[in-house]
Write a protein that binds this ligand. Structure first.
Ligand SMILES: [Cu+2]
Length: 102
């Protein structure tokens, strides 16, 4: 998760996942039903003390900081301070469009 201060005023105007804003809204990620999807998520948003990631309509296992074999949570949202990261494992049990956002 990252963001851009396009006016150099110390606040972010544009937020993005993998740098390109709105990319996945226009280019959905295609996955197979019941396939295990692993997301390596890191918050590198500057200026905002906390940022969150929310996945709609399903839940994921969160491995906080990616340092344990057992998940810390089964959830649909995580909130990170700057530089925090996790591994998220998710399966989509039903066909459809699943929105995610920060
Ligand atoms: Cu949401």
């Amino acid at each position: 998760m990252n963001a851009f201060d396009t006016t150099l005023d110390g606040e972010n105007e544009v937020y993005a996942v993998n740098t390109k804003a709105f990319y996945y809204a226009l280019n959905p990620i295609k996955v197979k039903k019941d396939e295990l999807i692993r997301i390596y998520l890191v918050n590198i948003v500057e200026f905002d003390p906390i940022n969150s990631f929310h996945l709609h309509a399903t839940f994921f296992d969160e491995y906080r900081t990616g340092t344990k074999q057992e998940p810390n949570a089964y959830t649909d949202i995580v909130s990170f301070a700057q530089a925090e990261r996790s591994i998220l494992d998710v399966k989509f049990r039903y066909p459809g469009m699943y929105m995610f956002h920060e």
